[in-house]
Write a protein that binds this ligand. Structure first.
Ligand code: X6L
Ligand code: MG
Ligand code: MG
Length: 172
């Protein structure tokens, strides 16, 4: 249970150009250093084949559990700010990126705004999200099933563990 005033959220992180692992680690440290956010758990690090637009490099992906006092919109703004500080450039849709930080879930909130849909509408189809998320939140309920249940039906072909430890982000 998060401390009073905090809501437990889950994040998906990924990247496939430059130094994506360092970028993901830097993002997690930036979140953890804030008074209004605490990184509670981080998954193993995964190397994953590109989805959607498949003619690009493999990605690194991971997930994190974050306790935060920010509301969903403020958390989204913060994630986009961190992406921008890390020089993310938004070129083609689904194309290569230095870093991507997605809010997957925010407490039990279900909402649909043009800028933010919770839970993330496609998280339950994506092996590169479900596999890391199952490391740290297998029993989390999303759309009526747990993360572990969604993972059983997901395509995880080609996904490999790149770092077995949950603290790869502290050293990077
Ligand atoms: C048909 C059409 C089937 C589109 C799938 C899937 C589109 C995923 C976009 C899709 C479709 C996405 C990552 C990625 C992207 C990532 C890996 C996306 C957005 N982000 N592949 N592809 N990891 N492995 O973080 O997720 S682009
Ligand atoms: Mg994404
Ligand atoms: Mg994104």
């Amino acid at each position: 249970m998060p401390e009073a005033g905090f809501t437990r959220a889950s994040l998906g992180l990924g990247g496939n150009i430059g130094e994506p692992v360092r970028a993901m680690a830097t993002a997690l440290k930036a979140l953890n250093e804030r008074d209004d956010c605490r990184v509670v758990a981080v998954s193993r690090l995964y190397r994953t084949p590109p989805w959607g637009k498949t003619d690009q490099s493999f990605f690194y992906n991971a997930c994190a559990i974050l306790d935060t006092r920010l509301d969903p919109e403020a958390l989204l703004t913060l994630c986009l700010e961190i992406e921008r500080e890390m020089k993310r450039v938004r070129n083609e849709r689904w194309g290569p990126r230095t870093i991507d930080i997605d809010i997957l879930t925010y407490g039990e909130v279900e909402k649909s705004l043009p800028s933010l849909e919770l839970p993330h509408p496609r998280m339950t189809e994506r092996g590169f999200v479900l596999m890391p998320l199952a490391d740290i939140a297998a029993d989390l309920s999303v759309g009526g099933r747990t993360v572990a249940e969604w993972l059983k039906d997901a395509d995880v072909a080609g996904i490999e563990v790149a770092d077995e430890s949950g603290d790869w982000w502290r050293a990077a």
